[in-house]
Design a protein around this ligand. Sequence first.
Ligand code: ATP
Ligand code: MG
Length: 452
Amino acid sequence: MNVLAFERDAIAVLWVDTDGWGAAAAKRCLGDCGYHVGEVESVTAALQAARSQRFDVAVVGLPRIDQHSLELLGRLHATAKSMRVLVVVDEATVATAVSAMKVGVSDVLVKPVGDGDLERVIQASAEDAKVSSCAADPPSGGASRAGRSSILGTSVAIGTVLQWIDRVAPSAMPVLIEGESGTGKELVAREIHAASRVADQPMVAINCAAVPASLLESELFGHEQGSFTGAIASKRGLFEMADGGTLFIDEFGELAGGLQAKLLRAIEDGRIRRVGATEERQVRVRLVAATNKTLSDEVRAGRFREDLFYRINVLGIRLPSLREHPEDIGLLVKHFLGDSWTLGEGVLKALQQYAWPGNVRQLCNALERSKVLAAQPGIIAIEDLPREIVTAGGEPPLEIGGNVDLETLNRVHVLKVLKQHRGNKAKTSRVLGINRRSLYRLLEKFGSKHGG
Ligand SMILES: Nc1ncnc2c1ncn2[C@@H]1O[C@H](COP(=O)(O)OP(=O)(O)OP(=O)(O)O)[C@@H](O)[C@H]1O
Ligand SMILES: [Mg+2]
């Protein structure tokens, strides 16, 4: 291995060239930029090098990611936790990229990668590595985020979301957040930006549903003077405004077909063109998209481009509906009500039984309303709750009695919704926000436990 004596502050890059990929030019470029470069020819040799010396970033050239390389990459990450591992491959699928991130790879780049791009990614990763190696190593996974996150919840469902944020935030790849209305998609988008490498740069947000379709292209990409009636001066678009930072595109599923193509190009190589312009511009934007639709359904229905979906969904997540984590309702209530309020008898139970189609936002609004209407200040009584929440419970207090576990609550709720829809399983699963197969599984489980 050819390793130089490193100065303390220079960025140290471990160049792992397993496939003879453009090494000479890219290495020279890094050297010219003042980086220290150590070079090895296999991941196994990289493991050894990383054990004996501190590197900020490892750049691993591979033909593709397979089971064997995944295992080695995982070990490389585990050997030097503060070192960022970038992988440069000939080809990657959604599944392999996700698997790579899961074993600790911070970014997957697909060849060809421009020297300038590579340098930018390395620089960003190195800064990230330095920051995290200065801070005392936090415990890994959701535990590190829980407690300092504005996303509240101690359920497994929320823990999974927090862990996912920790994993994807440092990457430059686009992310997709799906979830029903009010599940916290925007909140999650803001946390991703705050935990990203570009947190000190702006996050620019746009809601596709709130902008008329005819203006959306110019909003996103900008326009030149006179390019359409009313374009009296040229204008920068949001991609340009977000350059260097994050662009949050809300209601992403509302994007029209032509714009989807333009967006794909912007994501793939950072090239955008203002409306009416002839030349393209280069931007570097981290894209976070959110939608309350199920984008794969939109693809199947022919309303959304498959290629864009796959590109954006590599690091996708579906946020849980509130029905899926009723155990967090107590905590959320405490947070929304503040210290000077308590719940009257049966109120928490009623809240936990309700289906919350509007999720956390609806819960927050219901509590605000109840506070105003409360007969006795400081206490929310069952009568103060919106009618639909209480009546949705039907006969529950009698039916389930005092000491009730989550499974019973679930069973009561599912069976009630089923009854409300006269046994129609398609409708029931839609209302419950689960797929039909999960509903069948639940019914089977309840059936076997309760005499069929
Ligand atoms: N887990 C959570 N902990 C604390 N607050 C939450 C949580 N989830 C959502 N909220 C709050 O609920 C409200 C709705 O969240 P947000 O606006 O992020 O939802 P959304 O998914 O973007 O909804 P929509 O699809 O309607 O735009 C916000 O006030 C947000 O702070
Ligand atoms: Mg939103």
